[in-house]
Write a new protein. Structure first.
Length: 145
């Protein structure tokens, strides 16, 4: 039995070395939790996740990989992606430290315009998406309503 276990362990380790797992340091739920902690500290209600906004954020995250801007690759403003979104925060992470949810939210809280979106009383729901480009960079988008 020990020999079978050792064999399976060696086989598993060899497979992992041939096909290394790409660990992603970001998580939309964690970004939401950090944003909601900021809102709670300010006496604001928590955001809820809106699937429509999440779909919109996914579109924008892919677009940001070709043009990191609130101007879309087609030259139109960010809000032309959908009439369902009323605000947008973007992040571009080039390393694993920048991908950490707490650092994404910290960067937004240090930017007056991004912080305004996180803290806006009239916003109640969000959609958050990540796009991992082939070059290892990550694009994080939060759409607000």
């Amino acid at each position: 039995m020990k020999k079978v276990f050792k064999f399976l362990l060696i086989l598993l380790m060899g497979t992992a070395m041939l096909n290394p797992m790409k660990v992603k340091a970001t998580n939309p739920d964690d970004v939401l939790a950090y944003m909601n902690a900021e809102r709670s500290a300010a006496g604001l209600p928590s955001f809820t996740v809106d699937d429509t906004l999440s779909d919109i954020a996914a579109v924008r995250a892919v677009e940001c990989s070709t043009r990191f801007s609130h101007i879309r690759p087609n030259g139109k403003a960010w809000y032309t992606v959908s009439s369902s979104t009323n605000g947008e925060n973007l992040a571009h992470a080039v390393n694993s430290n920048q991908q950490k949810p707490e650092n994404v939210v910290l960067a937004w809280m240090l930017s007056p315009t991004h912080k305004a979106n996180v803290m806006r009383e009239t916003f109640s729901s969000v959609g958050i998406a990540y796009y991992y480009s082939d070059n290892g960079e990550t694009y994080i988008v939060c759409e607000f309503r």
